[in-house]
Design a binder for this molecule. Structure first.
Ligand code: NAP
Length: 455
């Protein structure tokens, strides 16, 4: 065990220190989780459902505390943090209905009865990034528990506090403390150990594409199941026939939400050339109007970046001489601030091709529908995206043509717990959320029972 300091990103001050688990601690947690999982899976489905409902109720009773923790640890504006805490409660409530609905199938066959069972995998590892800590943890925790598994969560080093608190609330709600364990620590230690322990039967990894590929390769040694939720470089495609005022007014929220530290950020705005100048004229006041500041204030729309290290990475995409069209404002002084920034680079520029994961958006003109689709798909990623048009046929044609897992028309919506979420291409593998998520934490067992012929 070693203790590591956490920094409040809005002030640069040390918030508190957190003990890190080492490899031996992971091994011990895996052992205890295995025993807890066997007990949990034996419970009647209605009891597991009641356990998840109690967990949801405990979260509901601590929404303000969870939100305040996220504000302090991650710099999320208070309104967003409150929404995230309520989302965790809702995810738990939604999947509390699953234990009693994992029905399997009865399949007609000759000579007997054939039934399938959705067997839990056993112990599941959930490795999360720092951008939406408690929300992303809940997307793995809730359906995995609902399907009868135990869960070990490795939160990101920079932002473990809300996930640690969720673990405490689960135990407080009456769940076996070994059933859901939160293991703060380094990716190369705790994360890697979870991926390489054979008793851990599945890894849900959310993070960068580069680490996700390494996790997938290491998991192959045990034919371990993986769900991967990775990076993005999503397009916001604005056609000339749309409500241009609305498209421009909402574009900043589509990319600058959570200071652009959002895998679904629409970080490439593609605008039909015939309305490009008008769109830029409308976008400028919208960007300058984004309220950036103290995340504890209810007026704040955008907080700081998560760390000094991450701010330096984001800043590298806006060097001296970068094609800055216009920028918003940001506080000066302590904290890891970066103003909303709009670039108009060439199509081949690094800022157009790489995930920046900060409040920097590129705007590119396109000529016609085929050009827009080609430009949107000219990336290894395929997570999210938006299409602005009042032509229903075009909306459907382009939705089918863009290689991406989550698209919205005339809005920037991405994540609802009741609908599936995940990426195409290098943005991921498998799907989270939606009605089928618990099945991602089961293996199908087929049982044939012979029926003797009538004597
Ligand atoms: P990251 O560097 O890949 O880290 C993600 C998690 O993996 C962290 O907990 C990290 O631990 C851990 N890790 C690092 N090395 C590991 C290893 N060798 N084995 C196992 N685990 C390891 O990503 P990040 O910077 O935290 O997050 C930003 C990225 O996440 C962006 O690319 C973003 O697009 C992506 N993301 C995707 C989604 C989605 O749903 N598709 C959602 C959110 C974020 P440490 O904290 O110790 O580094």
């Amino acid at each position: 065990m070693s203790a590591v300091d956490l920094i409040n990103p809005a002030t640069g001050d040390v918030l508190r220190s957190v003990e890190h688990v080492d490899a031996a601690g992971v091994d011990d947690a895996v052992r205890r989780a295995g025993a807890a999982q066997r007990r949990w899976a034996k419970l009647p489905p209605a009891e597991r459902a009641a356990g998840l409902r109690a967990f949801a109720a405990a979260v509901d009773a601590h929404l303000d505390e969870l939100a305040a923790l996220e504000v302090a640890n991650s710099g999320h504006p208070i309104g967003s943090a409150e929404w995230e805490a309520a989302h965790v409660r809702d995810v738990l409530t939604f999947y509390a209905a699953s234990p009693e609905r994992l029905c399997g199938k009865q399949i007609p066959v000759a000579g007997g009865l054939d039934v399938t069972f959705n067997e839990p995998l056993g112990v599941v590892g959930v490795i999360t990034p720092w951008n939406f800590p408690m929300m992303i943890a809940s997307w793995g925790i809730a359906p995995a528990l609902a399907a009868g598994n135990a869960v070990l969560v490795k939160p990101a080093e920079w932002t473990p506090l809300t996930t640690i608190r969720l673990g405490e609330l689960a135990a407080q709600a009456g769940l076996d403390p070994d059933l859901l364990q939160v293991l703060p620590g380094a990716g190369g230690v705790v994360g890697q150990r979870l991926v390489t322990r054979p008793e851990v039967r599945k890894i849900v990894f959310t993070g960068s594409t580069v680490v996700g590929k390494a996790v997938m390769a290491a998991a192959a040694a045990d034919v371990k199941r993986v769900t991967l939720e990775l990076g993005g470089k999503s397009a916001n495609i604005v056609f000339a026939d749309c409500d241009l005022e609305r498209a421009a007014a909402t574009a900043p929220a589509g990319v600058f939400d959570n200071a652009g530290q959002d895998c679904c950020a629409r970080s490439r705005i593609l605008v039909q050339r015939s309305v490009y100048d008008r769109f830029m004229g409308l976008l400028e006041p919208a960007v300058r109007g984004v309220v950036v500041g103290d995340p504890r204030s209810r007026d704040t729309e955008m907080g700081p970046l998560v760390s000094a290290e991450h701010r330096a990475k984001v800043a590298s995409y806006v060097p001296d001489g970068a094609p800055v069209a216009f920028r918003g404002t940001a506080p000066s002084g302590p904290g890891f601030w970066f103003p909303p920034t709009v670039l108009t680079p060439a199509r081949t520029d690094r800022s157009v091709r790489e995930e920046i994961f900060g409040p920097v958006v590129t705007v590119l003109p396109f000529d016609d529908e085929p050009d827009a689709v080609a430009l949107a798909n000219d990336t290894p990623y395929g997570l999210s995206g938006s299409i602005w048009t009042d032509d229903l046929s075009r909306a459907l044609r382009v939705s089918r043509a863009v290689e991406s897992g989550n698209l919205s028309v005339n809005s920037h919506s991405s994540v609802r717990y009741s609908t599936p979420f995940g990426g195409f291409k290098h943005s991921g593998l498998g799907r989270e959320l939606g009605p089928d998520a618990p099945l991602q934490f089961t293996d199908t067992k087929n049982v044939f029972i012979a029926i003797r012929e009538e004597p």
